[in-house]
Design a binder for this molecule. Structure first.
Ligand code: ZN
Length: 343
């Protein structure tokens, strides 16, 4: 077998490919060189019959030729395809503005948390965060609800069986932000102006309750704090968040960890206080509040003879549903863009 002959074959094949003017010509060349009876194929067929010293060298050369011709064919086909592109139809306006990728926005709940934080930090509150998996001790025990106290029933709490502590008891998914009250007092930094916004968990699910929801809790402890400070703070929040004509009203209630305790109502956002189907005589219920129970202060290491305080706890979703007149809390967690894009 002659090396020069093989090189000539390669050159001949490649120059014919370069001169080809159509797909059809290229296909004919492929058959002529690489087809079953093609010249290069025939050449390769002869390799096994060579003696062993020739076989290796010639085999390599013949395979290189085959690869080079295949590559030349592929390149020529690509070039033919490019020629077929209709330049007029493929017209591109390089000065046109680019397409903007669709941008999302912050979720309504996150936005509300941000707004509530701004409202309270303006009057000196500091936002804090406490564990989402909490001890019974902070969630109930230190809040004047010892083990087996019937008041605990209200919270429909989710317990974590595997996590128990000799002193702190069982662990829970925080059923309310009030779990942060005694933790805040234990920092030993008085006066306290705490804003605790956190996820809470309860075994509940309907149009106004979700198993996971957010609460925002205020706690103020200082010398001489009384109900007027609480009422003033509530009015301030209602006017900042719902509008300047809003009022709040407090009604006597009972919580174990405040004394006296109140339920807080705000002027109905639908009728403006005249009375309608949605409200009770012009008022909508906002949440709970009260003066910190002396025993809770004591549990937090604070002398109730010298200090007093107030606390309030409202649902983040609840206030935003009132403001935007959203009928079902589950819409907020559904991720349905038809709903979310309205805000
Ligand atoms: Zn109303």
């Amino acid at each position: 077998m002659d090396i020069n002959k093989i090189q000539n074959l390669k050159n001949q094949a490649i120059s014919s490919i370069l001169e080809a003017k159509s797909d059809r010509e290229l296909e004919e060349l492929r058959i002529a060189f690489l087809g079953r009876k093609g010249e290069i194929t025939q050449l390769l067929k002869k390799i096994p019959s060579l003696n062993s010293s020739e076989r290796k060298e010639m085999g390599q050369i013949a395979n290189d030729v085959k690869r080079a011709v295949e590559q030349a064919l592929a390149d020529a086909k690509k070039a033919e395809a490019v020629k077929k592109i209709d330049i007029d139809k493929e017209w591109l306006d390089v000065t046109a503005p680019g397409k903007k990728p669709p941008l999302g926005h912050i979720h309504l709940v996150t936005e509300t948390i941000k707004e509530i934080t701004e409202i309270f930090t303006k009057i000196g509150f500091t936002r804090v965060a406490y564990p989402e998996v909490e001890w019974d001790w902070y969630s109930f025990g230190r809040l004047n609800m010892p083990a087996n106290h019937p008041a605990r029933d209200e919270w429909e709490t989710l317990y974590i069986d595997k996590l128990k502590h000799k002193k702190y008891g069982r662990s829970v998914l925080t059923p309310h932000t009030s779990s942060g009250q005694v933790r805040e007092m234990e920092k030993r930094k008085l006066p306290i102006r705490m804003l605790n916004i956190a996820k809470c968990y309860r075994r509940q699910s309907n149009v106004s309750h979700a198993p996971m929801f957010y609460q925002f809790e205020t706690l103020v402890v200082d010398k001489g704090i009384n109900v007027t400070h609480l009422k003033g703070t509530l009015d301030y929040f209602a006017q900042q968040y719902f509008g300047k004509d809003q009022k709040t009203r407090i009604r006597p209630f009972h919580f174990q960890f405040t004394e006296p305790s109140f339920e807080v109502d705000v002027t109905c956002t639908v009728c403006g206080g005249k009375g309608c189907q949605v409200c009770k005589g012009g008022w909508l219920e906002l949440g709970g509040a009260g003066m910190v129970h002396p025993l809770v202060l004591k549990h937090g290491g604070i002398d109730p003879e010298k200090y007093s305080g107030f606390a309030s706890g409202f649902g983040v979703e609840r206030v935003l549903m009132m403001r935007h007149k959203i009928p079902d809390i589950r819409l907020l967690f559904g991720g349905d863009l038809r709903f979310l894009n309205q805000f």
